[in-house]
Design a protein around this ligand. Sequence first.
Ligand code: NDP
Ligand code: OXD
Length: 308
Amino acid sequence: MTLLFCSGIDNAGLWRDALRRRLPDVTLRVWPEVGDPDDIDMALVWQPPPGIFAGLPNLRLVMSLGAGVETLLADPSLPDVPLVRMVADSLSDDMAGFVALQVLRWHRHSDEFDAAQAAGVWRWLPYRPAREVTIGLLGLGELGQAAAAVLGALGYRVLGWSRSPKHLNGVECFAGPDGLEAMLPRCDQLVCLLPLTADTRGILDRRLFARLPAGAVLINAGRGDHLVEADLLDALDCGRLGGASLDVFSEEPLPAGHPFWRHPRIRVSPHSAAATHPAQAVEQVAATLAAFRDGRPLANRVDRGRGY
Ligand code: NDP
Ligand code: OXD
């Protein structure tokens, strides 16, 4: 088996070490040093150059280094072979931690206290008990469920929305368009952990913001194209929304001079909510390759019809 690794951001050296240790019988090539393209039968990629697959005629399996696969699905050169996305406990832990960090930051006046400290002012501010604060999650998959568990452990009331109906301990679950309409007016903070698909693109728009309680907070760690940027700016500027934490953007890196950088009610992070750590994620790669070799069903296989 010959595996091509291609990522502009993941550390190829760490991945090489992890793969060699865990899968010594797999031959590794690191983009752009492909060698003979006919040798490559598997690829492990994050946002590879568009069209990359056209030059790999013997590819039998593609694995995504990320959980979201919208970029791969949009590449017409992607062959009709199994596509497996990243699911790892460490990714879920990281995302749950990011969501908790942002929820607490807005709920517990973290920015106001930073500003007060900078001014040398002792400033007490009231806050509601966590059990009276409701957090809505858009997406109840691997990451949404991990976030729900941590928020629940912190005492928050957790609501969650998915495409198919669910029953989850400690989460009041909603599904489908009617479920969303019912959930939104109850959310003090709304967290987007959806995949980007034709159905979810632009979902965070003025219509959705109008359904939230006045002053609600938005946290987007899904994809930048879930958000209609101009609608967010309007909603913040008129007070409909109280703040936003944004980890993902339509254009990444977020361009210099973009209004999000300096908006007083927006907190920007550089697509760092959850990372794929090689030492942990290599276990999923190994499990996928073992199942593939044995002809067993592949876990975390992307359903191309659904788009995630
Ligand atoms: P999953 O596929 O496990 O979960 C997706 C969830 O979204 C499911 O609950 C699914 O519903 C729901 N969903 C999808 N489409 C719709 C729809 N039209 N209406 C309602 N619900 C819908 O994905 P993950 O949790 O693993 O990842 C989610 C996303 O998080 C990724 O696609 C990626 O975009 C983003 N991400 C961001 C990172 C970051 O660092 N910022 C890191 C990793 C991922 P159902 O359960 O019914 O299928
Ligand atoms: C992912 C991501 O999809 O990092 O894993 O956004």
